[in-house]
Design a protein. Structure first.
Lengths: 418, 418
């Protein structure tokens, strides 16, 4: 079979499986999830053996230590994947909920009901646990999923997907509910993206090149999980001790994630006091400060910020810092250079805060809290498929509800249109 | 300026206008709408003169009478457009509504708030009143809009858009809130579809060629308003008098629209009785019945249905008719051949009805009512931008709420992540 035929066949099977999945009860789906978790644990020897092949290849090709660490499965990580699945089984099932319901003057009763989307394509890089995390959320919401992981984890991903599909089938779920593209050929991404008759939405999780490839080729909606160029604005009315805590937390607690900040904007009225204290604390934490001219006057150790720095997701201990003369200038900077992900204001002034919350066009906007809370778990969603940087369908943390859509069910007694 | 520069400049201006629009109050937006309606009425002589140029060109190029009728503006139609705008001004504004709100154990308060999408691209064919209808719904929801109408209505569309923009500006709304692409060059559609830095979503309204052009080129989400291949299934437990009313209404009340039916499926147990009565009534209404072999045995005047007929949106007085042996067969037919728009079951059996409502994967599914109710007005939305045949973001009738998205606003007291 050609690659094109393989992918088309996967799509066809996924569509058929999605119709079966949509008819399952919550109890049936949860039983499937528990069987998937059990099967993953039983398959541990296989998973570790297959993963060892990937790790060996990664070492041979000179992948970085950090990348190899993300790729490596351990018994503890397998247990943790299985625990993750059991956790999802305990979450409420959004499918079937009546979102709203009303009766028209002619007596027809309209119900807006939550239903699965259908078939979801997930295209991701490196970490094999995404195979399990993503597949499980799709199963819980009655969606069939086609997964396409990074080439460096292909053996691990195939083993995980096979274990999940086996567990699902054992519990009576359709065997094609979870499918993984069995090749690392890049052409597969293009073929998936063109198959809008079988895939309802594609969620790419990865770097710019991956997302660009998907967006360019996709005929169906794409929900991008893109970068986070996030900022904290320290207003003239900020509590500076609070500002210090928030800036240090948002920059240093876990700098490699999308909801960490890359930029701090400080009002000129409080810049000297802020940088005197927080500047030193940041440097002590190993943060490199890249400042504009005024910041460099206040922080001797700061290096010059280039224009490019304002538009960069550093994902490491680097912070671009700028002094602004007004709230408007701060908002303008964020709107121009940020990625509309997560941005915060620190201020004791509710008028400034509300202006910021309303005017900054980001998925998540904060008043007096760290941007690090943009996360399905921190939101209380119990799980997350990622953080959408798109505006349509799902924005910000994306969990079970965001993996559903709706239909209108209308009940009448013979009404016709006049 | 090249076409590319013109389109880019429009995008840039629309983005800037969208930020202003998002900050307007409901009162300000409604004042803008009323000024737009007034301006449209004042501009009547210009509108009619510009429209006459389009109509003349259409006649010269041999456009059909029906097409020319759809294109033609009259004083009454101008008044009706203005009335439509005033009606939208009276509707509730969805922007700013708190969709949900909750507090986390750490004390941060999360609000999911309805906000404008930003910039909406609308690409449509022929009827000039779409220019006004679509622009006005975008303005009401605080979105900037870039319109691209059909070439045959270019002078009418430019005149309408100019009047609306003038009215909007007079009431203090940004002058670039409403822009119309001033050329009929087809390249413009491609340029718009590639401009995802400035346009957040494109809504194409038109035939297959237009939608295909947009979907292939679009980098941003597209909400398709595609065809309606809708069916009524007459179950074995149907009230046949009710079935007759519904089938006749759904087929003949206005055959040229997307929520009219193209197909009737009849359970074999009631086929004879149904066709004896309703077959004759349909023929009397001028409907051509294209039946399978069993239908043709019951309706002498029926012509043979081809395989293609099951997949065709006739938009005229033609009805494909098939006898099925079970509910399952009916659902299978609809899922295979329908366009997932609007489908109905007529039955007195609630079990069959609920199975149909749950298993038919269409935007709107009916039990004992005509499919003709799939309409923003009939739903009570007060207006509609169209009927989405997509599953994501908006499904079925699309009105004001569907022209918005959400953001999360988070209010804290200095919380950081541990």
């Amino acid at each position: 079979m050609s690659l094109q035929e393989t992918i088309l066949e996967m799509g066809k099977r996924a569509r058929a499986a999605s119709k079966e999945l949509a008819r399952l009860t919550t109890v049936q789906k949860n039983a499937g999830l528990l069987a998937m978790a059990d099967e993953l644990v039983s398959a541990e020897p296989t998973l570790l053996a297959e993963n060892a092949r990937d790790v060996e290849a990664a070492r041979a090709s000179g992948l970085s230590k950090a990348m190899i660490d993300r790729l490596t499965l351990t018994p503890a990580r397998v247990v943790s994947m299985a625990e993750g699945i059991r956790q999802v089984a305990t979450l409420p099932d959004p499918v079937g909920a009546n979102i709203t319901q009303w009766t028209r003057p002619n007596g027809i009763e309209i119900s807006k009901v939550r239903v699965p989307i259908g078939v979801i394509g997930i295209i991701f890089e490196s970490r094999p646990n995404v195979t399990s995390d993503a597949a499980v959320l799709c199963t819980k919401t009655g969606n069939a999923v086609i997964l396409r992981g990074g080439s460096e984890a292909i053996h691990s991903n195939l083993a995980i997907a096979a274990a999940l599909a086996k567990g699902a089938a054992r519990a009576g779920l359709p065997a094609d509910a979870i499918q993984l593209v069995p090749t690392t050929d890049r052409e597969a991404v293009k073929l998936l993206a063109g198959m809008d008759q079988f895939i309802d939405v594609i969620i790419p999780r990865g770097g710019r090149a991956l997302i660009e490839a998907v967006v360019s080729a996709a005929r169906m909606p794409v929900i991008k999980h893109y970068n986070g160029i996030c900022a904290v604005y320290v207003d003239k009315a900020a509590d500076l001790a609070m500002a210090r805590n928030i800036v240090i937390n948002a920059k240093t607690q876990r700098p490699g994630v999308c909801n960490a900040i890359e930029t701090v904007l400080v009002h000129s009225d409080v810049a000297e006091a802020f940088f005197k204290d927080t500047g030193a604390a940041l440097l002590e934490k190993g943060v490199q400060i890249r400042g504009d001219a005024r910041v460099r006057e206040l922080v001797a150790a700061a290096v010059p910020a280039t224009e490019e720095d304002w538009n960069t997701e550093f994902l490491e201990l680097i912070l671009a810092a700028k002094i602004v003369n007004s709230l408007d200038e701060a908002i303008e900077h964020i709107e121009t250079h940020g990625s509309h992900h997560s941005d915060a204001i620190v201020t004791a002034d509710p008028v400034a805060a509300e202006a910021f919350l309303n005017r900054v066009d980001s998925a998540t906007v904060y008043w007096n809290a760290s941007t690090r809370f943009t996360d399905g778990g921190e939101f209380g969603f119990g799980a997350e498929i990622g953080i959408s940087t798109d505006k349509l369908h799902a924005r910000g943390p994306m969990a079970l509800e965001e993996l559903t859509t709706y239909k209108y069910q209308i009940r009448g007694t013979g009404q016709i249109r006049g």
